[in-house]
Write a new protein. Structure first.
Length: 390
């Protein structure tokens, strides 16, 4: 039996696999069993932000494995403590709770917010339509897309939705009983659409008026993807909680909830926990990730590369006006909205150009390339996409 036939036989079928048997991945490329080389713009859906298997992350992980792989959360461990220190010292947070994934970070945020709400006598939680916050029952209730929710209703109560970037829609659902607002700074699954400065400004004004919490979902936008270490920095405000994951562990499972000082004592021992959260091997990878991102000028380079890709895509749009409707770019998080559904184009790119592109919202190409992608690789990508569209 082939790998794919065994995969279909033995693993629950919840994913639409691509027909590639991967044997190696390095930098911006994936290599298959037949020796083919593919330019990858998935990057593990923003998990491998720094490319596949960079030596400094691999070395950090191996060095920690030589010491110990797991000791339980009854003990402090140096990699988790160091990573928490780096996150806190370079954000608006006061402390960190480590998880294994983004969904778990969201669930931790939900629990903390709900406990805080009992203290304040509030219970209503808000989230945006077209948002995506995860697939567990709590995070699914936050997700503003019926296609993910309908098969699993009833969901948890007291969660309502507003239209993203629509100030009047937000104002219509906010009141004295509002406990918290979950917000993505860029809706990735919703089509790579960035929140506007005007919307965030009004959200912050309403927080001051009604005393609710703002929870920033930076699971995809955080850690350099949107051009700053955290996407909230570009909007000149401080969220009360920040959900992180994806690239935090350098390719290993790791998430985190960043907690502001005024909320740092809401959770008490026994309120929440996780067996593997803060795993020392994953956190060693995370330390290597943060140290790379904090190198001088590294984040500036992300913005420069993002502008290069955007300007190159504008030229491609001029060449293929019947194909490309709109280009949206925030750092190296890029959306190319097409006039038609994108699956056919995705399959053609894979088959004819060895180019891996992801499609979201049916007609949006979501690009999440390595933050260390070279100018030459950007040019290669543009040429391959041009060939497919031609």
């Amino acid at each position: 039996m082939t790998l794919h036939s065994r995969d279909k036989r033995y693993i629950v079928n919840t994913y639409n696999r691509l027909p590639i048997e991967i044997v190696k991945a390095k930098g911006s490329y994936i290599y298959d069993i037949d020796g083919e080389k593919y330019l990858d713009t998935f990057m593990g859906i923003s998990v491998n932000n720094l490319g596949h298997n960079p030596d400094y992350i691999v070395d950090a992980i191996k060095n920690q494995l030589d010491k110990y792989s797991h000791v339980s959360n009854y003990f402090a461990n140096e990699p988790a403590t160091k990573l928490a220190e780096l996150l806190v010292e370079n954000s608006c947070a006061h402390q960190v709770f480590f998880t294994n994934s983004g969904t778990e970070a969201t669930e931790a945020a939900l629990k903390l917010v709900k406990k805080y709400g009992k203290m304040q006598g509030k219970k209503i939680i808000l989230s945006a339509n077209k948002s995506f916050h995860g697939r567990t029952t709590g995070s699914l209730a936050l997700t503003g897309q019926a296609k993910y929710q309908d098969s699993f209703r009833p969901l948890i109560e007291d969660i309502y939705h507003f239209d993203y970037n629509d100030i009047k829609s937000l104002e219509s659902v906010v009141n004295e009983d509002t406990l918290g607002v979950f917000i993505e700074l860029v809706q990735g699954e919703g089509g790579v659409t960035a929140v506007t400065k005007e919307f965030i400004n009004r959200l912050v004004e309403l927080r001051k008026q009604y005393g609710f919490l703002i929870i920033a979902d930076e699971i995809q936008t955080g850690l350099g993807r949107a051009g700053d270490l955290f996407a909230y920095e570009a909007y000149d405000f401080k969220p009360d909680l920040i959900c992180l994951a994806k690239s935090l562990g350098g390719g290993l499972p790791l998430g985190g909830l960043l907690v502001s000082e005024n909320l740092s004592e809401v959770f008490q021992p026994g309120d929440h926990g996780t067996t593997f959260g803060g795993n020392p091997v994953s956190c060693a990878g995370g330390v290597a990730v943060l140290e790379k991102l904090l190198e001088p000028k590294f984040l500036d380079e992300i913005k420069i590369k993002g502008e290069l890709i955007k300007s190159s895509l504008r030229k491609l749009q001029e060449k293929h006006p019947s194909k490309i409707k709109e280009i949206r770019c925030k750092g190296l998080m890029i959306g190319i909205e097409l006039f038609e559904e994108g699956i056919t184009l995705r399959n053609k790119a894979l088959k004819e150009e060895n180019l891996l592109i992801n499609i979201t919202s049916k007609n949006v190409i979501r690009l999440l390339p390595s933050l260390e992608i070279t100018n030459e690789e950007i040019q290669t990508f543009i040429e391959k996409l041009d060939n497919v569209m031609s």
